[in-house]
Ligand binder design. Structure first.
Ligand code: NDP
Length: 287
């Protein structure tokens, strides 16, 4: 069993500390507003009076506060007390912020792991929770058992920026899916049809079936070659005119998917109508 400190006891930090306690790790907690430590102390956590004490107490020191500016201030305060520790930063931020924080932490003689939590607090500690890690390989290997307490732990290499990059890429995919759902729900509702039934019995299975094609599209994007497998872009671009027309007829705004439709038309105009949809990635990022 390891000694782990959790700095930041908001909704997420409290869930992380609870999972550590449930797994039997010696768990020290600190929060700016001390009252939030009470329930955890009642469940067996040790209370640190200061962030410096929290750093001293843990072989692994988990930071989970609102933003990177807050982590920087706390790391500055703890300073040399972090020497020899493994800092695991689970605060959301950008790849560049992760890399800059890693430099500061290493200068204090500590190891750095960045983490992206793909879960909401009630999921922490369950197999449904996923946490992406990047940074020190040795520390990930040495403390894998602790890191797996929070959920499935996936390591993405020694560049600390990879965890936040993959975290944000996953959120990007999620918002794309939500955009499609919102548009289709608005269309179905505008026709007075059953949005819930449509979603449960038709949309969710349809999206699951379509998601099955993503690995092939990913292979094409990696290769930069986009052979159409039965549904070329010219055909799809013609069909989106019907989609946009239906929206207008139903009094449903088409602004959500209009940028995607515009990209499809542009790619066809550029002479790629015989290719597949994945070729749009070339308009977003030149390979
Ligand atoms: P909360 O708003 O519940 O908690 C914020 C925490 O940050 C509190 O402990 C707060 O302390 C602390 N804090 C804020 N500013 C400072 C500061 N200047 N100095 C010290 N402590 C500070 O947020 P969450 O716990 O939900 O989120 C924490 C991190 O986890 C965020 O980066 C978030 O993006 C990430 N995350 C959250 C998810 C979620 O669903 N909740 C999902 C995935 C990631 P105090 O109590 O004193 O205000």
């Amino acid at each position: 069993m390891s000694s782990v400190s959790v700095v930041g006891l908001g909704a997420m930090g409290s869930a992380l500390a609870d999972a550590l306690l449930a797994a039997g790790h010696t768990t020290t907690v600190w929060n700016r507003t001390p009252a939030k430590a009470e329930p955890l102390v009642e469940r067996g956590a040790l209370r640190a009076a200061t962030v410096t004490d929290a750093a001293t107490a843990g072989e692994v020191v988990v930071f989970c506060v609102l933003g990177y500016a807050d982590v920087h201030a706390l790391v500055d305060t703890a300073g040399a007390a972090l020497s020899g520790r493994v800092v695991v930063n689970l605060t959301n931020g950008s790849p560049q912020e992760a890399r800059e924080l890693a430099v500061k932490v290493r200068a204090l003689g500590a190891d750095y792991l960045d983490g992206g939590i793909m879960a909401v607090p009630p999921m922490i500690g369950s197999p449904q929770a996923l946490v992406l890690y990047s940074g020190s390989t040795a520390s990930f290997e040495a403390h894998r058992e602790v890191l797996q307490v929070f959920g499935r732990a996936v390591y993405l290499g020694d560049d600390p920026g990879q965890a936040p990059l993959h975290d944000l890429a996953l959120l990007t995919g999620m918002y794309g899916m939500f955009a499609g759902f919102l548009q289709s729900a608005a269309l179905v509702r505008s026709a007075g049809a059953d949005v819930e039934g449509f979603t449960t019995t038709l949309l969710v299975p349809w999206l699951a079936a379509m998601a099955g094609g993503l690995p092939q599209m990913a292979a094409e994007a990696a290769e930069g070659a986009y052979p159409a497998a039965g549904s070329n872009l010219a055909m799809q671009a013609a069909a989106v005119d019907t989609l946009a027309g239906l929206g207008r007829a139903q009094g449903v705004s088409t602004e959500l998917l209009a940028p995607l439709f515009a990209l499809m038309r542009r790619r066809v105009e550029d002479g790629h109508g015989e290719e597949g949809l994945a070729g749009l990635v070339e308009l977003l990022h030149r390979g």
